[in-house]
Design a protein around this ligand. Structure first.
Ligand code: UDX
Length: 449
């Protein structure tokens, strides 16, 4: 099939490369000419495991092309994916300006039946709005269909998530569009991947509901971690035991400094907005958003609790800036909020992150001291704070750290270590959900009722 993907960002590029790999002839379109120039040379403008290889091999097979103009991209294709950004507006709603602008532009080139697929995360009802915008801008009186095909790609695993998804969701109001889409995804259907055909609104809702549920799961375990600290329980054991119940499942039960990234914060806010706008406030989602903010604030209080509230002129080491490991992405990373608060209190911050330092320099400029490794970040520090669960931070040399630091204090916001492991080196140790209350006798605790 001939397919065009508009928007060669993270989602669009992965979609284009993977669809080409399924055997389709795919054209990726982006108005950013420097990005297209890089892609034409076989260089990916973003880092994503396996993506460069996929781009190169499919370009060589003459199945993947890149260009800046929409005209032939639309005229020649049977299916056109839209994968442009939908950032948050101040009220939390997703801004569909870019999606609708692309729709108005591409409509001019539609000369025969096309299926236009929205892959950008857009508010429930956006696909129907997309249909209207296209219809209003058609220059030829032809039939077309609109489809909602949400993506569930995790950064760092996006190629694998596309090639081996838990499910594919296709929202469409016409049997013809559903038929076309089943040809697009024939390779996955053949493999037995669950393939859900539904209407537009359900597909759009599935995306938001899935992300909000995962954000809720993380927030729930963060709340239980807070309780564990108060009552002397161990969140790791509690979470593991909960996760062994198949109805709950083990994933997304790691307590930490709060969720971040390009999706969860944005999508929970957008869903809460949709609920309010639809006259059905989603109280759980609203609470999750507030609780996640509070989790970050609680982490700052934790750090101050270990070092002392007067941080003026005190040196702290920070390990990890990215919102999760294996990315340089800082969007909505809890590290940003935590560091902002520590800087505001006058602390001197030494940081190390295996990949996100260049991004951090754009935000923090010279307000941080950027270090070459964890031990340099620990130099002269009164406490070392682990914020991102990078593999490299799981095997620290505590003797070396102790020598480098002004005082041996480790605040482990990802629970990478156990208290015993760290305390044997003479460190004062704090974490999320297991901190220092293990010896409290709860035998006389009375529960109401
Ligand atoms: C997420 C969804 O997983 C994906 O399906 C969707 O399409 C986009 O959003 P991503 O943003 O790449 O993907 O990150 P993910 O791996 O899901 O982690 C999100 C955040 O939750 C990170 O800040 C991570 O540290 C945090 N998290 C995750 C926890 O704090 N605890 C957990 O147990 C899991």
């Amino acid at each position: 099939m001939k397919i065009t993907v508009i928007g060669c960002g993270y989602v669009g590029l992965v979609t284009a490369a993977c669809l080409a790999d399924f055997g389709h002839t795919v054209t990726g379109v982006d108005h950013d000419s420097s990005k297209i120039a890089l892609l034409k040379q076989g260089t990916s403008p973003i880092y994503e495991k396996g993506l460069t290889a996929l781009i190169r091999v499919n370009t060589q097979r003459n199945r993947l092309f890149f260009q800046t103009s929409l005209d032939h991209g639309v005229e020649d294709a049977e299916v056109i994916f839209i994968a442009v950004g939908t950032p948050s507006l101040d009220n939390g709603a997703a801004d569909t300006t870019q999606v609708m602008a692309v729709a108005a532009e591409l409509a001019k080139y539609i000369k025969d039946y096309k299926v236009i697929v929205n892959k950008s995360t857009a508010p429930i009802g956006a696909a129907k709005q997309l249909r209207k915008v296209i219809r209003d801008h058609l220059e030829t009186d032809v039939e077309f269909d609109v489809v909602s095909n949400p993506e569930f790609l995790r950064e760092g695993h996006a190629v694998k998530d596309f090639q081996e998804p838990d499910r594919v969701v296709i929202g469409a109001d016409s049997p013809q569009a559903q038929k076309v889409m089943s040809r697009v995804y024939a390779a996955l259907i053949k493999k037995g991947v669950p393939y859900i055909q539904t209407n537009l609104e359900s597909a759009e809702t599935i995306k938001y509901a899935s992300n909000a549920f995962l954000a809720t799961k993380i927030t729930f375990i963060n709340e239980i971690a807070k309780l564990c600290e108060a009552v002397g329980a161990d969140i790791r054991t509690v979470a593991r035991s909960m996760g062994l119940d198949h109805r709950i499942g083990p994933q997304f039960l790691n307590a930490g400094p709060g969720y971040g990234g390009s999706c969860f914060p944005k999508d929970t806010k957008a869903l809460a907005y949709i609920g309010r706008a639809s006259g059905v406030p989603l109280t759980i989602v609203e609470t999750v958003i507030t609780a996640n903010e509070e989790q970050k604030a609680r982490m700052v209080r934790k750090i101050k609790g270990m070092v002392g509230a007067a941080l003026e002129g005190r040196t702290l080491g920070i390990l990890g800036l990215a919102f999760k490991p294996d990315t340089d992405d800082l969007r909505e990373s809890p590290a940003l909020t935590i560091i902002d608060n520590l800087l505001a209190a006058g602390a001197i911050i030494r940081v190390y992150d295996p990949q996100a330092m260049e991004e951090a320099k754009k935000i923090f400029k010279k307000t941080l001291i950027y270090c070459a490794d964890p031990y340099a970040a620990a130099e002269g520090a009164e406490a070392l704070v682990i914020i991102t669960d990078w593999e490299a931070f799981k095997f620290l040399d505590f003797m070396r750290l102790k020598k480098a630091m002004a005082s041996p204090v480790l605040i482990d916001l990802r629970n990478l270590y156990t208290p015993a492991e760290v305390e044997q080196y003479g460190f004062k140790y704090e974490n999320v959900g297991r901190a220092g209350h293990g010896d409290r006798d709860l035998s006389d605790l009375r529960y109401p009722g």
